[in-house]
Design a protein around this ligand. Structure first.
Ligand code: GLN
Length: 199
């Protein structure tokens, strides 16, 4: 990062946070792994990676990490949530139902794309090229959730067919796919721009 802004935190309980660290380092951003609430102090942004949302929730039990995450996100910390990270933030989780942090006004169904499509690289439809800063986008989907309902305050930046897959609500950027696995992804570029603009 430039100037006085802090590092970007990576929720590092489980999942592919190391891939996010590499993607952010490629853009000149410094990162810090977050495992306890104290690791959230002084961050300029935060990544909630893909992985297994159930495991992440279990690992957060018995500490104040979840409460501090909610407070920081509600307070306007720029966030990039990917795949399991979107499930963690959703207002409601189905198939199977699961508790969640409830700060992103969407309903998601887990593992929604069927067995043969469990993992796929898909050309997406960019709905808002101005907001994304790109005309074209691909998505790497790995046992991805499907967003089935989107609240009024949530902008859909890209879709897969009719399904919203890239969303923005305030300072939260949420992708049901894995932009950190696509070299040069405009989604990671957009997140870094948001962090720098807020810092
Ligand atoms: N299926 C996982 C879950 O339900 C998410 C998969 C991923 O993050 N790649 O948490």
């Amino acid at each position: 990062m430039s100037g006085d802004s802090g590092p970007i935190g990576l929720l590092a309980l489980q999942g592919d946070y190391a891939a996010h660290a590499r993607a952010l380092a490629a853009r000149g951003a410094t990162t810090r792994e977050v495992r306890t609430s104290g690791d959230l102090d002084g961050l300029a942004g935060l990544v909630l990676p893909g992985g297994e949302s159930t495991t992440m929730l279990t690992l957060m039990e018995g500490s104040d990490l979840a409460a501090r995450l909610v407070a920081e996100i509600a307070g306007g910390l720029p966030v990039l949530a990917t795949c399991a990270g979107v499930i963690l933030l959703a207002r409601e989780v189905r198939l199977p139902p699961q508790r969640s942090l409830g700060v992103l006004d969407v309903v998601v169904e887990r593992n929604a794309y069927g067995r043969q499509l469990d993992s796929a690289v898909v050309a997406l439809t960019v709905r808002d090229p101005g907001a994304l800063g790109a005309e074209a986008l691909e998505g790497v989907f790995i046992r991805a959730p499907r967003v089935t309902s989107v609240g009024d305050g949530v902008a859909v930046l890209a879709t897969r067919g009719d399904d919203p897959v890239l969303l923005r609500q305030g300072m939260i950027l949420a992708a049901t796919f894995h932009p950190e696995l696509t070299p040069g992804s405009p989604v990671v570029d957009l997140f870094v721009r948001q962090v720098r603009a807020a810092g």
